[in-house]
Design a protein around this ligand. Structure first.
Ligand SMILES: [Zn+2]
Length: 286
């Protein structure tokens, strides 16, 4: 799954190449890509036609294109393999092209939704008064959002009676932190993933939030050139920041801080990577 920085890179690319353009027509090449739009593919295409795209927005890993003067937005579900591409109209269709959006202006580019495994798709939703597609109204703000409330997060964390990595992945507390960035931020903050949140002090919460933001901003910086080209792309591989990871995927390799081999543990159908010296496991109390 793409994580927040990759989705933000795509959002910036769309802002540059698609915002303020008016839809000439939308073509759905595979019904499955708009299956979440219950009124069907023709209705989906009709509702886009003639409307201007506003500034693309994001919350956590959710990305949407506002349709001006409709009170609605197109929400992109990238799933495992979904990509939003801005391509010259003359470019050959991708093998897994699912939706094409053409614009009324003279620019020679169109927006394409390409998805090999068709777990993703596009759907149209009414906006909340905050301008959020209604289906994601329950998603918490992400840590890069200027309106994210550190203090409220700290209190919610303490009330939650859970462990810290579960909390970081809980989209109702904080959005956009996936498995990779959770491991990276916990390593930087020297916190074990199973530490109970009830005992978190304010300085510890703020320290961790600072590291969450740092790893995300570092990934954004590393990916910052990929939206400079015409080709806007996201996929689950997220290759561009791999080499800068300190914990995730480094089982058996020396911790970059203390040299102790990094460990991997099965965790909720995924893996957690951590340094057993820098990130001491909490004592089990009965
Ligand atoms: Zn270490």
């Amino acid at each position: 799954m793409p994580e927040l920085p990759e989705v933000e890179v795509v959002r910036r690319g769309l802002e540059r190449w698609v915002a303020h353009r008016t839809v000439a027509d939308a073509e759905v090449l595979h019904q499955r890509a708009v299956r979440r739009h219950l009124a069907g593919a023709d209705d989906f295409a009709d509702r886009l036609k003639g409307h201007r795209i506003g500034v693309p927005s994001r919350r956590g890993k959710y990305l949407w294109l506002p349709l001006e003067d409709t009170g609605q937005s197109v929400l992109a579900h990238l799933g495992m393999s979904g990509q939003l591409l801005v391509q010259p109209q003359s470019a050959r269709d991708e093998k897994h092209l699912r939706v094409r959006v053409r614009f009324t202006d003279a620019l020679d580019t169109e927006l394409r939704f390409v998805d090999q495994r068709t777990f993703g798709g596009l759907s149209l939703h009414d906006n909340t008064p905050d301008g959020l597609p209604d289906v994601i109204a329950h998603i918490a703000r992400d840590p890069l959002d200027p309106l994210f409330d550190d203090e409220a997060f700290h209190h919610a964390l303490r009330r939650k009676r859970t462990t810290i990595k579960r909390a970081l992945l809980d989209q109702s507390l904080i959005s956009g932190v996936g498995n990779i960035y959770a491991d990276e931020a916990l390593w930087r903050a020297r916190i074990h993933y199973e530490r109970p949140t009830a005992g978190f002090t304010r300085p510890r919460t703020l320290l961790l939030l600072g590291h969450v933001r740092d790893v995300m901003n570092a990934a954004l910086t590393a990916g910052g050139t990929s939206f400079d080209s015409l080709y806007v792309n996201v996929n689950g591989e997220s290759g561009y920041f791999d080499r800068s990871l300190d914990a995730y995927g480094r089982e058996g390799l020396p911790c970059r801080r203390c040299g102790t081999p990094v460990r991997r543990r099965a965790w909720m159908n995924r893996s957690s990577y951590f340094c057993p010296s820098c990130q001491r496991a909490p004592r089990v109390t009965s």
